[in-house]
Design a protein. Structure first.
Length: 280
């Protein structure tokens, strides 16, 4: 499985980028060249290294804040929000999807009905409505993103559970009197985990884009905290005077989403036995 994953060049590239991004979250912010929240209007909209200015390597924004420091600092909240929302959505989706697929009958009917309702609403419109009611704090943003994405995970878990539920070894386990909770946790869940892991990487990439869209609209984390989407929103009014204030965080979001998609492709290859013996 590891060879099948690492054989894909995209998986290798995506893994390196993803690890570098995660390291930005792990290390403390004390090593940053400048405080990402300090305002210095005397150096507002200063260009970066492309004009020979190595003091502010990636330039400054309209308030004179260092773009390099803000980009690294913004990676922290962007990834924390994406990881947390994906984790909560996965837990909710997997539990509800497995319950729906295993128990069937009225349980399946209710959960499938809830999934259809959630998928019927426009994603951004639903997020805006929820944030308008609960506010734009970190917790509420994670909650909104989790609510937006649990249905897709639940539908996948339900389909995989139904397929496993009809296997002979599940019937044998039930005939032996093994409790249902043990059948679900020890016999079904391990066999559906691989496609769910691949799905999680795609969902995280999608949620990071959704968070960036909400922050761009001013519905994300409030200042002085910063995310990449918020940086794009701050720089949109200065797109002609200081193009880098919007382009740099946009490039970082694109790199992160691309790396997660590549990792998801690698996981998909790793869990597909037909690809284990292939050479690329």
């Amino acid at each position: 499985m590891f060879r099948a994953y690492w054989r894909n060049p995209g998986s290798r590239i995506g893994s390196v980028i993803a690890v570098v991004m995660l390291l930005l979250v792990v290390f403390p912010s004390s090593w940053l060249p400048y405080d990402p929240t300090i305002v210095d209007l005397s150096v507002a909209n200063e260009p970066g290294f492309w004009t020979g200015n190595f003091e502010y390597f990636l330039g400054t924004d309209f308030l004179g804040r260092d773009m390099l420091s803000r980009s690294i600092y913004g990676a922290r909240l962007t990834l924390i929000i994406g990881l947390s929302a994906t984790a909560f959505a996965s837990i909710l989706g997997i539990i509800s999807g497995m319950s729906s697929g295993f128990f069937g009958k009225w349980v399946d009917g209710i959960i499938s009905w809830l999934i259809d309702i959630q998928l019927a609403f426009p994603v951004i419109a639903l997020a805006i409505a929820i944030i308008a009611m609960v506010g734009g704090s970190l917790g509420s943003l994670i909650f909104v993103l989790a609510v937006m994405s649990w249905a897709g995970m639940a539908r996948l878990a339900r389909g995989q559970t139904i397929a496993i539920r009809n296997e002979i070894y599940i019937d044998a386990a039930m005939a032996c009197g093994i409790p249902q909770r043990r059948i679900i946790s020890h016999h079904i869940f391990p066999n559906i985990l691989s496609p769910l892991l691949a799905m999680m990487t795609y969902e995280m990439a999608r949620l990071i884009l959704a968070e960036s869209a909400l922050s761009f609209l001013g519905l994300g984390i409030s200042a002085p905290k910063v995310t990449w989407g918020g940086m794009i929103g701050d720089g949109r009014g200065y797109i002609y005077e200081a193009l880098w204030t919007a382009v740099i965080p946009g490039i970082l979001i694109a790199l992160l989403v691309m790396s997660l998609n590549f990792v998801g492709d690698g996981i998909r290859d790793a869990i597909d036995p037909s690809s284990w013996g292939k050479e690329k």
